[in-house]
Each structure stands twice: as C-alpha cells, then as structure tokens.
Design a protein around this ligand. Structure first.
Ligand code: KG4
Ligand code: ZN
Length: 334
C-alpha cells in the first residue's frame, strides 16, 4: 500500500510518500519546506504569513515528493492529510489541496489528527511495539501523556495546564533574545552551560496526577534575568539555558515515568518537536531502560512536523468521502 501524506498545520509545508508492506513502513520521500526564516524576525509563527507561504509551496512540495519517491499519482492507494489541531488558515490549504487530489486522482482520503500522527512517527522505526504503551507528546502547542492500549486506541491521561514544553523553550529564547525557534537554540547554548548554576522549579513534579505546567518556570527565568545585567554574557546565557533545559527535561521525565508505572506500560514512546531534544532523549531513555521497559523515539527528521508521520497515521485511519472532510483546528485526543 502506498500512502501520500500532506501536512500544513503550522509553519512547515510537507508532503511524503510512505509504502507499507506487511506492516513494514518505508519512507520513499519526505519533503519539508520550513518557514523558519520567514517567521524568525517576529519571534514566533505569524498565521497570515504561514498560510500565504503554504499556498506558494504546496504544489512544488507535492511534486517534489512524487519525484523523489519515483512514483506516479496512479500508484498512490490513499491520501492522508492533517485536519487538526493547528492554525485554521494553514490547515485549510493542506486539506483543500488534498481534497482536489483525491477528486482528480480518484483516490480515497483520510483526515489525520496531527497529535496522533506525532505518535505514529514511531511506527516508522519498524520495531515491535508492546502494549499498553505510554506516549509523551511534546510539541510547540501541546504537552500530553497518552495511554495507548493497542495500535489505534488512544486516551489522554495528562496534559499541560498552561504553556506547552516547546512553547516554554520558545518563550525563554525570546526572553534571552537568542532567536526562534527556541528549542534547538537553547539546547545548543546549554551544551556549554552548568545545569546547577540557577535553581529553577520542577513544576507539578510532586502532584499526584499526570499534568504539567510550564508558565511558572518561564516566569522564574524572567525574574532571574531581571537581577542580572541587561547584556548577558555568553557564560550567563549558557548557564541559564542549561539550568532551564534541565528543569524542563527532569519534569517531563518524572511525570512520564510516573504514568508508565501507574498504567503498567510495557513501552514508553517519545513524540513531537521537543522529542528532538538530545537531553530529553538521553534522560528518558535511560530511566525507561532502568525500569526494563521498551523505549521508542523517532529519528530526528520525524520529530518536528513532517508528512511521513501523517502518511503513517493514514495507514491506521478510516477514509472519509472527500466531500465530508473538514478541518478542525481544536481537534483533541480525548
Ligand atoms: O511538533 P512541532 O514541529 O510543531 C508543533 O506541532 O508544534 O514542534 C515544534 C516545537 C518548537 O516549540 C521547537 O522549539 C521545539 O519543538 N523543538 C525543540 C527542539 N527542536 C524543536 N525543543 C527542544 N529541543 C530541541 N532540540
Ligand atoms: Zn507538530
């Protein structure tokens, strides 16, 4: 089966071709056109600009995905497109384009939940997944713990009460004036910093639930810099980044391990843009292995937004007549 995936929920225009043969996933192409440079001057994604650039990029990206996969549209068995959650004007462009393809190529189409697709990015590893599993999804807009009872039964068991983990990285990067997106920049700065230089809180770590809260941590960074000279030295930037990153990672790891033990998960799955964070990959991996459970994380290229994960999710998602496919910017895992 060959699935054509399309993703335009935020600021990446992406199209991918994934072939599935006896439950093995082969990514034949995964073209991602990132708009980072366009949004950088604003310190975050500007929805209007994102939509305009999706319009500009979507057809060239689709064309490139077919060329790289060396396939023709008539070889596609199914189209999968992100219907939510995300920016409504960005989603509309992917969904409308996918509907036109479904109509002209005469192919079935499935609407995909972007968060579920982040989890399915782990299926691209082709490893045996034992259930129940606990997934930590950490992205720019969401931080969630999801219980997976079997390959298509998902239940949200915890979430952030305010900022998402990626959002905290992005906002702290803004406070430190080091650029956008914050995650990769902070983690690079953190490499030369001391994790114990500043004592930031580990929010909600003792609470008897699986929820998160990151806005207080961001405020703690804000108050700390208020007491420092206006122009931060390289050492101060590195130390602030390292101490902040350590606080975020420790919190994410503690809550995920708590959920894994509570739900007797056989596998712990990491997903979403922040899954590209090396410290999180290392520290969560170490803790999970210590508990003698399986640990799965996507390759770096399948952590941040991409259409290969949308195509993978398409394999598990029912088709919808194209006339009935709708965007849902607030779509959730229930
Ligand atoms: O999943 P994603 O690409 O988009 C959303 O669905 O939101 O996630 C983007 C988020 C951004 O907040 C970005 O700062 C964060 O992922 N991110 C990272 C790293 N790479 C990307 N956060 C921490 N460390 C990283 N290496
Ligand atoms: Zn995402």
């Amino acid at each position: 089966m060959i699935i054509f995936g399309i993703e335009t929920s935020c600021d990446e225009t992406s199209a991918a071709v994934v072939k599935i043969n006896r439950n093995h996933f082969f990514v034949l192409s995964n073209v991602v056109s990132s708009q980072i440079k366009i949004h950088q001057p604003y310190g975050g994604v500007v929805p209007e600009l994102a939509a305009r650039n999706h319009i500009k990029n979507i057809l060239p990206v689709i064309n490139q995905a077919l060329i790289e996969a060396k396939i023709k549209p008539n070889q596609v068995d199914k189209i999968a497109v992100t219907v939510g959650p995300g920016l409504i004007t960005s989603l509309l462009i992917g969904v409308q384009t996918a509907k036109i393809l479904a109509y002209t190529w005469q192919k079935p189409i499935a609407g995909i939940n972007h968060m579920v697709a982040h989890i399915y990015a782990n299926w691209l590893n082709n490893k045996l997944i034992k259930f129940p599993a606990i997934a930590l999804i950490v992205s720019g807009g969401h931080t969630e713990l999801v219980l997976i009872k079997n390959k298509n039964n998902f239940k949200k068991v915890g979430q952030t009460l305010d900022d998402a983990a990626g959002e905290a990285f992005d906002k702290v990067a803004q406070l430190l004036n080091v650029g956008y997106p914050g995650g990769p920049i902070i983690s690079r700065l953190a490499e030369r910093g001391d994790i114990n230089a500043f004592n930031f809180p580990r929010p909600m770590i003792e609470k008897d639930n699986f929820n998160f809260s990151f806005s207080g941590l961001k405020t703690a960074v804000l108050y700390t810099i208020k007491d420092l000279p206006k122009k931060l030295s390289d050492k101060q930037l590195a130390d602030l980044s390292a101490s902040f990153q350590q606080a975020v990672v420790e919190t994410l790891v503690a809550k995920t391990i708590k959920a894994a033990e509570h739900f007797k998960a056989k596998t712990v799955i990491l997903a979403g843009g922040v899954a590209a964070n090396k410290l999180l990959r290392e520290q969560l991996g170490k803790k999970v292995k210590g508990l003698k459970r399986d640990f799965l994380m996507p390759d770096f290229s399948f952590c941040t937004d991409n259409a290969a994960m949308i195509a993978a999710a398409g394999y598990f998602t029912k088709n919808t007549p194209w006339q009935k496919l709708r965007v849902d910017p607030n779509l959730e895992i229930k």
